[in-house]
Design a protein around this ligand. Structure first.
Ligand code: FMN
Length: 288
């Protein structure tokens, strides 16, 4: 978050983030965005919304593509997504193989708990109990009526994340969203989900240039940022790149990633003869 603040871009805190809303608000130099998963217990959802608003958050990103966790085969193999003793042993073996992580994160970092949900999830530190809670609480019954409810409930900017379809994009705006994030959850929900780049042209066309359309999934360089802008989005979001940079180099690692992408974007603009971001269009680069 500090690296994002330094460069003047928003940071989004997840519902299931390890840092809580108040901790992030205290450390932030700029308003942060909050990402919400719809919970069956609307009391908890309401409490999160109130807390985010009170902490100065004015942009809510509501994720619609995780009505239930998708199959994540690697997480079954590594013991993250299955309950029981064998999985616990697997995780312990992984921990013991990484003394650097134990010292740097488990002992000096932390506390390792679900920041915003901690008080609502019984035994939130226990992975099996948390997974059980997610299975019970993530609400697969959400409809457009819930989006309309959320629109009335949230006074700030509302973005719907997880749109891959032009009709859904239009319906999002009709339900009152201020913008959409074209996303396939980085392919983590459904292996084989359509790429966001392939869906962007029809979606941008459906909602018009005045709608805020963002995209994520597979953005890996400043050239990719340029390609996304050329496809008509206002901006991009990233998931794994900043996590990898953070794991490899901490805050300086994320700063290095972001300034590298800035340079790559500037170079791509120079080499395609564009001097303003809003002049980037599909004519500059074959985006696919
Ligand atoms: C470790 C990890 C955790 C994630 N957690 C969330 C989350 O809590 N809420 C959410 O809406 N998306 C979550 N995502 C999906 C990202 O927001 C984003 O859609 C995706 O990572 C973008 O693709 P990229 O990783 O290729 O940039 C997560 C992704 C990763 C890799």
């Amino acid at each position: 978050m500090r690296a994002a603040n330094a460069i003047g871009i928003p940071f989004t805190l997840s519902t299931v983030g390890l840092c809580g809303i108040d901790e992030v608000a205290t450390a932030a130099h700029a308003p942060f965005w909050f990402q919400l998963y719809m919970l069956r217990d609307r009391g908890v959802a309401n409490a999160l919304l109130d807390r985010a608003w009170a902490a100065g958050c004015r942009t809510l990103m509501f994720t619609i593509d995780l009505p239930m966790p998708g199959p994540r085969h690697r997480d079954i193999r590594n013991g993250l997504a299955v309950p029981g003793r064998r999985a616990k042993l697997l995780r312990t073996r992984q921990l013991l193989a990484r003394p650097g992580w134990i010292w740097d994160v488990a002992m000096r970092g932390g506390p390792l708990r679900l920041g915003s949900l901690g008080e609502h999830v019984p035994a939130a530190r226990d992975l099996d109990a948390f997974r059980q809670w997610v299975d019970q609480q993530f609400d697969p019954t959400v409809t457009w009526a819930d989006i309309v409810w959320l629109r009335q409930r949230w006074r700030g900017t509302l973005l719907l994340k997880g749109i891959l379809d032009a009709d859904d994009a239009r319906a999002s705006i009709d339900a009152g969203a201020d913008g959409i994030v074209v996303s396939n959850h980085g392919g983590r929900q459904l292996d084989g989900a359509a790429s966001t780049a392939s869906k962007l042209p029809a979606i941008v066309n459906a909602v018009g240039a005045s709608t805020q359309v963002l995209v994520d999934g597979g953005i890996r360089s400043g050239i990719d940022v340029f390609r996304a802008l050329a496809l008509g989005v206002r901006g991009v979001l990233i998931g794994r790149p900043w996590v990898y940079a953070l794991a490899a180099g901490g805050e300086p690692g994320v700063r290095a990633l972001l300034s590298c992408w800035q340079r790559e974007l500037a170079t791509t603009m120079a080499l395609t003869g564009v001097t303003r971001i809003d002049a980037i269009g599909s004519q500059q680069l074959d985006p696919i």
